[in-house]
Ligand binder design. Structure first.
Ligand code: IMP
Ligand code: MG
Length: 170
């Protein structure tokens, strides 16, 4: 049973706002959006279309949760790396949700070693109550309570990613 938490139209409005903010902040800069697979795909597809300035996209896949597990243990592994170098470029990591913060702490540190002009974070959802490591988050779509959510790319053991809205598993 999945209860609705954020409707499709609310997502659309907020993603467009984020896109406008990012367009202004990165005007004239060489921007690469780095989507973290698989959870960010739906958000990435909508966000990139609401950014008015030119950009490129790339993807990384990391494993931080075992299948069937709902908690990160702090161990992050790169399953798929970027296709291209990011040296001298402005990187904006696009993530579905920040929970403990372990995944993004690892990723920002890893990407920073590759000589980018900047590395910032854009997450659709933030669960600040669950944070284990303090990391600066530059763009947040929605701040939510400590509940396990699915839909709009987010999964529970690979299920529910296709829902066009965000829901809470009961
Ligand atoms: P962190 O390393 O604990 O911050 O975990 C980040 C990752 O955990 C996200 O990219 C998601 O894949 C997953 N995750 C955390 N909370 C949820 C949730 O409520 N629903 C679905 N996936 C989640
Ligand atoms: Mg994820």
């Amino acid at each position: 049973m999945v209860d609705r938490l954020i409707r499709e139209d609310q997502l659309q409005v907020r993603v467009e706002e984020l896109g406008r903010e990012i367009s202004t902040d990165y005007e004239g800069k060489d921007l690469v959006l780095v989507g973290i697979l698989k959870g960010s795909v739906v958000f990435m597809a909508d966000l990139m279309r609401s950014i008015a300035s030119p950009l490129e996209i790339d993807f990384m896949a990391v494993k931080s949760y075992g299948l069937g597990k709902r908690e990160s243990d702090g161990v992050v592994e790169i399953v798929k790396d970027l296709s291209d170098p990011i040296e001298g470029r402005h990187v904006l990591i696009v993530e579905d949700i920040i929970d403990s913060g372990y995944t993004l702490e690892y990723l920002t540190r890893n990407l920073a070693t590759r000589g980018p002009a900047s590395v910032r974070i854009c997450t659709l959802l933030d669960k600040p109550d669950r944070r284990k490591v303090d990391i600066p988050v530059d763009y947040v779509g929605f701040t939510i309570e400590d509940k396990f959510v699915v839909g709009y790319g987010l999964d529970d053991s690979e299920k529910f990613r296709e829902l066009p809205w965000i829901g809470v598993i009961q």
